[in-house]
Each structure stands twice: as structure tokens, then as C-alpha cells.
Design a protein. Structure first.
Length: 527
């Protein structure tokens, strides 16, 4: 399937889904149940409100909220108005979110009220409440409006209801005209991802890339009309937004967003909503299989699992097939710079291939390894799925590519004779905590701000529940009495939870090579 040819743009896809699937259920969010026709109407109203608010084609619009129907409507509304979507990680603290908002020069932000006991508005105000700007957050002069996705909003912010009301004078014809003007080669979104520098960079992906990639994803995964898809993967991540929302729009599947990963809630949702599709990291499926009351839930509707983001135990694939009788279990590999998808297993692959590899390159793309066949080397990717650039970062963009145009993934892998890719290590030292990418350089940068830390290094270490977690090797400043508990508690206040080291070991000095770089292999070998 060539989604880019069939629809041309995400706004065209939304309208097509509303027409094709009409009264079929589109989104189930708690007590809210809306059809595809109603979803189309809600997205048009949100797009009208964006236009009324002064959003122009190409403007960046950010969303900082958990998986809800409001996220879907606000994001698709912004994109329908011609904006470029900038999703923000819900685990971010205020300063982390403010950096991405500043870097992307977002003009409009949709933000949740209170989530998991945290006021995102208060957090952002602390980080960007002072500055030279005249908007709702003076520290972010480019940000003209903040819309709170709830019934209440502080002064100078807007409520969701008030925002939508502002678009009532914008006609449906004006919305469609704006939507029809969106070019397939225009950016659809900027996904910010950290690299070895520790500062997030924005991978710019177009409408054509998104649609073509997830048309292929739907085909290889076997997503079909009438499927009921529990979207636990966060919408701020390509796996949640594109392999979730966009894929469902393409095939007429029902989206059931779940804001927080909780295995009891997953079991309840799978049973109550007759969920048939459950993508997610291996941690999710392992927790499901091992839950003590699993047998008290009817999981018989489950038929499709797509996983990846970490090593997948052979036993996990076997148990999903035998114990839960899931017909299709597929593994995949991707990264934001390649539209979130590079390789994917096929439904008829053997259990061994699915468990030990991430499959083969998707159609019309190339994957190679910078080493002889069968030996580990850096994974390189070339094809339509690869980003054109990091947003307004020409030097970082140049560093990301080889002279002959291959994307450097920073991951180490091995290709077998059939072209199946096995990821073995990460050049960037990234590790994955329960499906979330954690970047040591970024964490080290934050930990280095602690007044009692003289030197710091972070490595990923194995964890039975989350796959990997961070361990910090720290050098205290002279006369400091800082404890491991102190540093971990401080970290929880300053960074997203998945970045927080679970262990801290104090050392007199970090091992360094002749050029002054920390020898992380030596640190990993200490365990």
C-alpha cells in the first residue's frame, strides 16, 4: 500500500476515514465513545479554532498531554490547519518541556491539566514564567497561546472549550481549503530525540513519509477494519502516534487510548473492550503473562502483538502464542530519524526469527552494517523513511549522515544471510527503560548540575522488570556528604522518572582513556 499516493496528507486521511468508516467506532476513552464521522467533525472544529487563533501553515504546534481523545483531536486539528506537530514527552519536567518549546519555536501549546498528581501548567510556569515575552509564559516569547485540555485554566491561558468556541466563525469550507493546501512534501511533525550531545534534536518527517511508512506497517502487521486497538504506547512517541492513531485511521480500527501503563488496567480494557491488537514493549506483554489474576480475564479477542524496543526473549514469543493463543506476534526496529520504522518481521516468520531479530528492511528501503557479513557494526539506513534534517540544526544533520547519504543510527547490529537485523549494542550508549529511550549524556548533563557532584557517568544495567535501568558512578566534591539516596531523590525532582538512576556508586575517580573520555566498558564490567 502506498499511503502517500492514496491520501497525500494526514488531513486528507482524516477526512477519508470519516467518510469511509462513518458510524464505525473510532475512539473509546472512558465513557466517551465517538464514531469516525464524529471524530472528523471534532478535528474540523479544532482546525477551525487553530485557524482563528492565528496558526499559519508551517507553524509549530505542541501537545503535552497523556493518551486521551483530546490529544487525538487537538493534534489532528493542528495538522489539518497546516501546522507541524511537536509532541512533548509526558515524563518531562517543566525545564525539559520548555527547552523543546523554545527550540521548536512553537506558537501554540495544548497542555493537560493535572496528570499523575502533577500540574503541568505549574511545572511549566516555574520553568518559563519569567522573561521578556508578552505571552502566557514570558520565558517563551514565541509561544503565543496555551490551551489547557480541561474545563479550568489560569488567567492568560485558555480552556479547551473557550479555544474551540473561538473557531465557530471559521467555515467548514475555509477549513477544507486550508487542509487541501497541505503538501505531501511538507513537514507533518517534529519528533525530538536526544543524541550523544545530550540535547534533544528534532527529526523532521513529512506527510508523505508518515503515510507511506504506516501504510506499510498496516500491511505487514495485518491491521484490519474492525480491529480494536489498545494504545498504551504514548502518543508523544512514533509508536503511539503513527503506529497507533495514523494506522487506525488508515484501516478503520477502533482506538482505545490508555494514559498510563498499568497491567490491571490493560487486563480490564482488553476484556471489556474486546481488544484484538496490543502493540507495546516486551515489558507490557511479560507483565500481562505473569499477572496472578490473568486467568480471570477474557483475553480471547487478542490476535496481534507488535513489539520491539528491547531484546525479546524467545520464551515470551512462545508464551504469547501458546498461552494467549495470539495468532500474530511480530518484532520490529525503528528510530525517530527514520520515521519510527526501519525493519519488521513478517507474519509467517519462524518463532526463532521473530524472537532473535527485528526482521528485514521494510519495502523500498536499505539497511546495511558497517562490518563484514555476520559481524557487528553500526546500522546504516537509506530510503524514503529517513528524515531530511534535524530542525534548524545543519551541523547535527551533517553528522547524522555518511558522505554517501546513509543515516547513521548509532546502533550496533548484525545482519544474517536473509537480511534479518539483530541489534546487539548501542554506539550512543543509549539504554531502554521499560520502552523509553534513556540517553546517558543527557542524564549526566542533568546530574552534573547537582552542587555536590564533581564528575559523573551513567550506564545502563540489566533490570528484571524494566529491561534496563541507569546506574550512576559519581565523584563527590571535597567534603561532601552526599548519599546515593540524596542524589536519587534530587534526580526525581529534576528529570523524567525513566531517566532517574536506580543505583548510585561513589568512586574516587572515573576511568578515562588517553583522550580524556570515560571508559564506560570498564564501568559496565564492574558489576
Amino acid at each position: 500500500m502506498r499511503g502517500d499516493v492514496e491520501w497525500g496528507s494526514i488531513p486528507a486521511l482524516v477526512r477519508s476515514a470519516a467518510e469511509r468508516y462513518g458510524e464505525r467506532e473510532a475512539v473509546v476513552d472512558g465513557r466517551t465513545r465517538i464514531s469516525y464521522a464524529e471524530l472528523g467533525e471534532r478535528v474540523e472544529r479544532a482546525a477551525a479554532a487553530c485557524i482563528a487563533s492565528g496558526v499559519n501553515p508551517g507553524d509549530r504546534v505542541a501537545v503535552w498531554a497523556p493518551n486521551t481523545v483530546e490529544w487525538i483531536v487537538s493534534a489532528l486539528g493542528a495538522v489539518t490547519a497546516g501546522a507541524v506537530l511537536v509532541p512533548l514527552n509526558t515524563r518531562f519536567k517543566g525545564a525539559e518541556a520548555a527547552y523543546v518549546l523554545e527550540r521548536s519555536r512553537a506558537r501554540l501549546l495544548f497542555i493537560t491539566g493535572t496528570f499523575l498528581g502533577t500540574s503541568y501548567v505549574a511545572s511549566l510556569r516555574r520553568a518559563a514564567g519569567a522573561g521578556s515575552g508578552s505571552g502566557p509564559l514570558p520565558g517563551l516569547p514565541q509561544l503565543e497561546q496555551v490551551v489547557v485540555l480541561s474545563e479550568d485554566a489560569p488567567e492568560s491561558f485558555r480552556t479547551w472549550k473557550d479555544f474551540l468556541a473561538g473557531g465557530e466563525h471559521v467555515s467548514g469550507a475555509a477549513v477544507r481549503e486550508r487542509a487541501d493546501a497541505v503538501d505531501s512534501a511538507s513537514p507533518s511533525d517534529i519528533i525530538f530525540t536526544s543524541g550523544t550531545t545530550g540535547r534533544p534534536k528534532g527529526a523532521v518527517i513529512t506527510h508523505a513519509q508518515t503515510l507511506r511508512c504506516y501504510g506499510i506497517w498496516c500491511e505487514l502487521a495485518g491491521l484490519r477494519e474492525g480491529d480494536r486497538y489498545l494504545i498504551v504506547n504514548p502518543f508523544f512517541h512514533t509508536f503511539g502516534y503513527k503506529a497507533g492513531i495514523i494506522a487506525c485511521l488508515m484501516r478503520g480500527a477502533t482506538m482505545v487510548p490508555q494514559p498510563v501503563f498499568n497491567v490491571d488496567t490493560v487486563l480490564a480494557n482488553v476484556t471489556a473492550e474486546r481488544i484484538s491488537v496490543l502493540p507495546g514493549p516486551p515489558t507490557l506483554h511479560q507483565s500481562l503473562l505473569d499477572h496472578p489474576s490473568r486467568d480471570q480475564h477474557d483475553l480471547s479477542a487478542l490476535r496481534l502483538v507488535v513489539t520491539g524496543a528491547a531484546v525479546v526473549p524467545l520464551r515470551l514469543v512462545e508464551r504469547l502464542r501458546s498461552e494467549l493463543r495470539i495468532a500474530t506476534v511480530i518484532t520490529a526496529y525503528g528510530l525517530s530519524e527514520a520515521s519510527g520504522i526501519v525493519t519488521m518481521c513478517r507474519a509467517d516468520d519462524s518463532v526463532e526469527v521473530i524472537a532473535s531479530t527485528s526482521g528485514r528492511a521494510i519495502p523500498d528501503t536499505e539497511v546495511r552494517v558497517s562490518a563484514p557479513p555476520g559481524e557487528p557494526g553500526e546500522v546504516l539506513v537509506r530510503g524514503f523513511n529517513v528524515m531530511g534534517e534535524y530542525f534548524e540544526a545543519p551541523e547535527a544533520t551533517a553528522e547524522a549522515f555518511t558522505p554517501d547519504g546513509w543515516l547513521r543510527t548509532g546502533d550496533v547490529g548484525v545482519l544474517d544471510a536473509a537480511g534479518n537485523l539483530r541489534i546487539t549494542d548501542r554506539i550512543k550508549d543509549m539504554f531502554i527503560v521499560g520502552g523509553f529511550n534513556a540517553y546517558p549524556a543527557e542524564i549526566e548533563q542533568l546530574l552534573g548540575l547537582h552542587p555536590d557532584i564533581a564528575d559523573i557517568a551513567v550506564v545502563g544495567v540489566p533490570d528484571g522488570r524494566l529491561g534496563e535501568v541507569g546506574k550512576a558512578y559519581a565523584v563527590r566534591r571535597p567534603d561532601s556528604t552526599l548519599t546515593a539516596d540524596d542524589l536519587i531523590a534530587w534526580s526525581r525532582r529534576e528529570m523524567a522518572n525513566y531517566k532517574v538512576p536506580r543505583e548510585v556508586e561513589f568512586v574516587p575517580a572515573l576511568p578515562r582513556n588517553a583522550s580524556g573520555k570515560v571508559v564506560k566498558g570498564e564501568l559496565r564490567g564492574r558489576r
